[in-house]
Design a protein around this ligand. Structure first.
Ligand SMILES: Cc1cc2nc3c(=O)[nH]c(=O)nc-3n(C[C@H](O)[C@H](O)[C@H](O)COP(=O)(O)O)c2cc1C
Length: 172
C-alpha cells in the first residue's frame, strides 16, 4: 500500500556503502557514505556526497583527493564505526582496526577487503543542499570478484539477495 509522506519516504532508498578515505595535514580519515556513485564512464568519474559538517569535508577540500572503498558484506562493522564516530573528537582507528593499504596515485589510504577501491582526484565541487558533491576523476581502480556488496536500506545493513537470472540487466 502506497503511503504519502515526504519525510518518511527519504528512508526508502537503497544504496551501497562506501568507505571514503582522506589524508590531510598528516592525518588519515575514513567515513561511511551511502551516497556515492559512478557519475561518468569516459572519463571515469565517481561522485561522493559529503555533509559540510564532516571532518572528511575539510580534508577532501584541503587535499583535493579521496579514496572510495565499496564495502563487502563482511565490512558492516567497519561501516558502523566509520559512520558513527568523527575524527573531530574520536580516534576511529583505536576503536576498529581498518585494514588500510596504499594505492599508486593518491596519498589517502584505501580499505582492504572491499569489493572495489578507487583513487580519485577532485575535479569539481558542487553544492547540493546540506551536502557537497565532490566529483572525482578516477586515477586507479581495483576490484575483488570474490566479494559481495554491503547494502544499506532504512538505516540497516543487508546482504545482496539472489540474482534475477532471466533478465540480462547489462547496460548497452
Ligand atoms: C551507513 C552510513 C552511511 C552514511 N552516509 C553518509 C553520506 O553519504 N554522506 C555523509 O556526509 N555522511 C554519511 N554518513 C555519516 C558520516 O559517515 C559520519 O558523520 C562520520 O562520523 C563522519 O566522519 P568524519 O567527521 O570523521 O568525517 C553515513 C553514516 C552511516 C552509518
Amino acid at each position: 500500500m502506497r503511503v504519502r509522506d515526504i519525510e518518511k519516504s527519504q528512508r526508502f532508498t537503497t544504496t551501497t556503502v562506501a568507505l571514503v578515505t582522506s589524508f590531510y595535514k598528516g592525518k588519515e580519515n575514513v567515513m561511511s557514505a551511502e551516497w556515492s556513485i559512478r557519475a561518468s564512464i569516459d572519463p571515469f568519474l565517481i561522485a561522493v556526497f559529503v555533509s559540510y559538517e564532516r571532518e572528511t569535508y575539510e580534508m577532501i577540500r584541503g587535499s583535493g583527493e579521496f579514496g572510495v572503498s565499496y564495502c563487502s558484506q563482511e565490512q558492516a562493522g567497519l561501516a558502523h564505526i566509520a559512520g558513527n564516530y568523527s575524527l573531530k573528537d574520536t580516534d576511529k582507528f583505536s576503536i576498529a582496526k581498518f585494514p588500510l593499504f596504499y594505492g599508486h596515485s593518491i596519498r589517502a589510504p584505501l580499505v582492504d577487503g572491499a569489493i572495489s577501491n578507487f583513487e580519485c582526484s577532485v575535479e569539481n565541487e558542487i553544492q547540493a543542499g546540506d551536502h557537497a558533491i565532490f566529483i572525482g576523476r578516477v586515477l586507479d581502480g581495483y576490484y575483488d570478484n570474490t566479494k559481495k556488496p554491503l547494502i544499506y536500506h532504512q538505516g540497516k545493513f543487508f546482504m545482496m539477495g539472489d540474482r534475477i537470472s532471466h533478465i540480462n540487466a547489462e547496460r548497452p
